[in-house]
Ligand binder design. Structure first.
Ligand code: MRU
Length: 368
């Protein structure tokens, strides 16, 4: 189904720049130094609707409900969320402003635990304000606004860098499997795992993408299959349990996925089901790459065992398309992420280059 992109201007009244350079809708729009609009990704691919964020509670809710999702995107949204939360606090003293900023950062950070980008971006904004010698709340506000804008702009550069370093992996005629959505919708622009694919497509390399549907919230079907097809990339949708079949049939030459947190030893957390794909790739001798900007590397987390895995509501598993598909009161397991051990990872594509095992040293350099 092709979404009518004209809807964007119709639904997003007052939003001037809603398309990225690659003509895909942006997930996050910051305007006039004070207005944050988020593309409601829960409505895709049926409707493109931006929601202007009126207050910090709304930003928290947008992150929690996955209206904005993907590790880098929730970091950027969180940073702007602090500006939204603090912009009516300019009558405070600087000490009161900093205390309130800390409180609001802790609040936003409680929305989702696994992607390190959220806490990373919030800490970066809070620290920038705390280390400044600004003597008014107004000045502190402009510091946090500037830092949020920097995080947003830097993410564009990180995604471009990952695209350039990942490009040589994409060869003519390949089948590339991806899981969940680590594309333009999950970041500022272009994506992490999908960034090399967009670049390869621009360079007229022909390849085929197999997008795992990604139960239970269908980021692969609703977002990845949609954004790639909008860009004119050859994409085939499959349910998650078809990945083994596709590999056995020789359709897959390469796997690239995104990540929510890379531990210091190279273990990677990503969307639930990624671990299964990595184990399959190992079995079929298919290279398994993880695309990670430096903002997703967390050297303070030693191994994947230390990563908190978000557990989500049972209803997500008990329903399909708003229709109940499970018995009432059934017990449900619904972890949103799993951890792929470093030994299953062929390489980590960062904005500075591709890291190969053992990852510890390379990750330290990439994160610095
Ligand atoms: O629950 P989500 O949709 O936020 O999960 C997203 C993923 O797992 C992505 O692969 C990851 O955040 C990388 S996005 C560049």
């Amino acid at each position: 189904m092709q979404t009518d992109t004209r809807l964007i201007t119709f639904k997003a009244k007052g939003i001037r720049t809603s398309m990225s350079q690659s003509s895909l809708p942006l997930s996050i729009i910051w305007q006039d130094n004070r207005t944050l609009s988020l593309l409601d990704q829960t409505l895709l691919p049926l409707e493109l609707r931006y929601e202007e964020q009126q207050n910090i509670e709304q930003v928290w809710d947008s992150i929690k409900q996955l209206k904005v999702r993907g590790a880098p995107a929730i970091g950027i949204a969180g940073a702007y969320g602090l500006v939204i939360g603090m912009q009516d606090n300019v009558e405070l003293s600087t000490a009161e402003f900093l205390a309130e900023l800390r409180k609001q950062a802790d609040y936003l950070n409680s929305a989702r635990p696994t992607a390190v980008n959220l806490s990373w971006a919030l800490e970066r904004v809070v620290n920038k304000a705390g280390q400044s010698d600004a003597d008014t709340a107004e000045a502190l506000l402009s510091i946090i606004r500037h830092e949020a804008e920097l995080i947003h702009e830097e993410d564009r550069q990180l995604c471009r860098g990952i695209g350039e370093h990942g490009l040589p992996l994409i060869k003519e005629g390949m089948g590339v499997l991806t899981h969940c959505n680590a594309g333009g919708l999950a970041v500022s622009e272009r994506g992490t795992a999908l960034s090399p694919l967009y670049l390869a497509h621009e360079q007229n390399i022909s390849f085929k993408v197999y997008a795992d549907e990604t139960r239970p919230l269908l980021q692969g079907a609703r977002l990845t299959a949609w954004e790639l097809s909008q860009a004119g990339i050859d994409v085939t949708l499959q349910t998650d349990n078809m990945a083994a079949y596709a590999m056995q049939q020789g359709l897959i030459d390469l796997v690239i996925v995104g990540t929510d947190r890379v531990a210091a030893n190279g273990d990677v957390a990503n969307k639930i089901g990624t671990l299964g794909v990595a184990i399959l790739a190992k079995h079929y001798n298919i290279p398994f790459y993880v695309a990670s900007p430096s903002s997703t590397i967390d050297l303070s987390t030693k191994t994947g065992a230390d990563i908190e895995i978000e557990q989500r509501h049972a209803e997500e598993v008990c329903e399909f398309g708003a229709r109940r598909t499970a018995p009432e009161n059934i017990s449900v397991l619904n972890p949103a992420f799993d951890v792929t051990p470093a030994e299953l990872v062929t390489g980590i594509i960062t904005e500075k280059g591709i890291l190969h095992p053992p990852f510890a040293e390379g990750l330290q350099q990439a994160a610095s």
